[in-house]
Design a protein around this ligand. Structure first.
Ligand code: BG6
Length: 493
């Protein structure tokens, strides 16, 4: 156990009764408990508006674990986990509630507690109130020990991100700030580093000489799950593309860092973001496409359209689907399009990085029944499967010159190995003070710089948005982004 880990004594969750906490944070923390990775000295404080006592919170927590983890809280680990929690009721704008929080954090059972994590699992619009009130009661101190975790999207655009960052820096040192993007905690994303930099087979191919284009898809079949108050102001571009997909892009495109250290890695990611060609106003339509889901069948069930979701503003033109094309103007990638797309209520829950290689330079098989052979693909599936596949042509056994497509499958999880949730890995990093997989502000800033022209342009075009039936892959008009006729979205592994 490192010093910082053994010293961590309290973990405060703002928004403890919200969607993120119940779906991701609480189950992941519980799994860390099961794995014996939480320091004995660590206690949790749940902070929320609901008028509850600690006992009522604990009973809610048991329900959450039963729903998400299928555990009936009888075993020792579960009881230990639930007993670690205290509950503080309050509004984020109410300084008196933060005084109560301070007392809860400093309860005698913990002795002197001077190493606290604050997790902001709340709407971005509420960050400022919480940060100011933490300062008002002195909970931002001691500087250097207390940590604050901020979810994405970090700001609404570049200006608001800068303002938020200045506010944070007024009260916290950079060392204390953990900007989280849970996609960096996903196994395939981390494995991408291993795949690229531990195999001499791959890296020589990983450039403009061999790669035709790159596709990054994060498709969700779920809708907005009751989060209209946040989502209707954010949209798919802010919710997913500016952060999760952009991070995936940087890991695909970055140069090998000099060491596997937080800043070395982040320096390389920033270089990629800085090299992305900026999109002039007049070309936004050629580079970005947005759409919104209408009613439709998803997995056999009829689902309402976005406009019918409760809490969505009438005639909202918030996008639930976005596709965009970027070029990275450096030696490795010049001229290779990176196509990114993400959407809600699509046909399938599926995230994948699909890399299409170039056609062979010589059409050797032109006179045979084969004529043209499809180019090779490298497929990195992030979810639901965690796999890597390479498609290769082989000759079909027999008298004729015919081929068959073979998939080399580098699935790397053995049956007895349980999948980790990205939050599990990242929460442990927060507890242990490892910032390698957290975002530095210059990454946030450059990512906003890349998407800001699109946001600004869309903000002016407020009278129309394409629609797609729920349960499909989005409107075909989005295909206008492709540079060549033989390029199209790859929807399956
Ligand atoms: C979150 C978004 O960051 O990521 C959600 O706010 C989205 O809208 C979620 O559903 C997807 O995460 P995952 O891990 O389920 O792919």
């Amino acid at each position: 156990m490192t010093d910082s880990m053994s010293g961590l004594c309290a973990f405060v969750i703002f928004g403890a009764t919200g969607n993120l906490a119940s779906k991701k944070l609480l189950p992941s923390l519980y799994r860390l408990e099961l794995a014996g990775r939480l320091p004995d000295s660590l206690n949790f404080v749940a902070f929320s508006r609901r008028e509850w006592t600690t006992e009522q919170w604990r009973s809610y927590l048991r329900d959450v674990l039963r729903e998400q983890e299928d555990v009936v809280c009888q075993e020792e680990a579960c009881q230990r986990f639930v007993a670690r929690f205290d509950y503080v009721q309050g509004e984020f704008a109410d300084t008196a509630a933060f005084e109560r929080l301070k007392e809860a954090v400093a309860k005698p059972k913990m002795g002197v507690c001077s190493n606290v994590v604050f997790y902001l699992a709340i709407r971005p619009g509420e960050y400022a109130e919480v940060i100011k009130n933490l300062e008002a009661v002195g909970l931002n101190k001691p500087r250097g020990f207390n940590r604050i975790v901020i979810e994405k999207p970090f700001g609404q655009d570049i200006e608001s991100a800068q303002i938020l960052n200045q506010l944070l820096h007024r009260y916290f040192d950079e060392e204390q700030i953990y900007r989280i993007d849970h996609y960096l905690g996903k196994e395939t994303v981390q494995n991408l580093l291993v795949f690229r930099f531990a195999n001499t087979l791959i890296e020589p191919l990983w450039n403009r000489n061999f790669i035709d284009h790159v596709q990054i898809t994060v498709a969700e079949s779920i809708g907005i799950e009751g989060r209209a108050d946040y989502y209707d102001k954010a949209g798919a571009l802010r919710d997913m593309l500016q952060n999760h997909l952009m991070q995936l892009l940087t890991v695909v495109a970055m140069e090998p860092p000099p060491a596997l250290e937080a800043d070395a890695l982040r320096d390389e990611k920033v270089k990629v973001l800085r090299s992305i060609r900026s999109i002039p106003k007049r070309s936004v339509h050629a580079h970005a496409f947005r759409a919104q889901y209408g009613p439709g069948f998803v997995d056999g069930d009829m689902q309402p359209g976005y406009q019918q979701e409760s809490g969505v503003e009438e005639n909202s033109i918030t996008e639930t689907f976005v596709a965009a094309k970027f070029y990275i103007d450096n030696w490795r990638w010049r001229g290779v399009p990176f196509y990114l797309r993400t959407g809600k209520r699509l046909k399938q829950q599926m995230s994948m990085i699909a890399i299409r290689l170039r056609h062979p330079p010589q059409q050797l098989f032109r006179e045979t029944p084969l004529q043209t052979v499809d180019p090779n693909w490298i497929l990195l599936s992030i979810q639901p499967e965690e796999t890597m596949k390479m498609e290769i042509h082989v000759k079909q056994p027999g008298l004729d010159m015919e081929t068959r497509l073979l998939q080399l499958n580098a699935s790397y999880r053995r049956e007895d190995e349980k999948p980790l949730d990205a939050y599990e890995a990242l929460l442990l990093d927060v507890v242990e003070g490892d910032k390698t997989l957290f975002i530095r502000f210059d990454e946030v800033e450059w990512a906003w710089r890349v998407v800001d022209p699109i946001l600004k342009y869309w903000a002016q075009e407020r009278d129309f948005i394409h629609t797609y039936p729920a349960g499909t892959w989005g409107p075909h008009e989005g295909n206008r982004l492709f540079d060549a006729e033989d390029q199209e979205w790859r929807n399956s592994l």
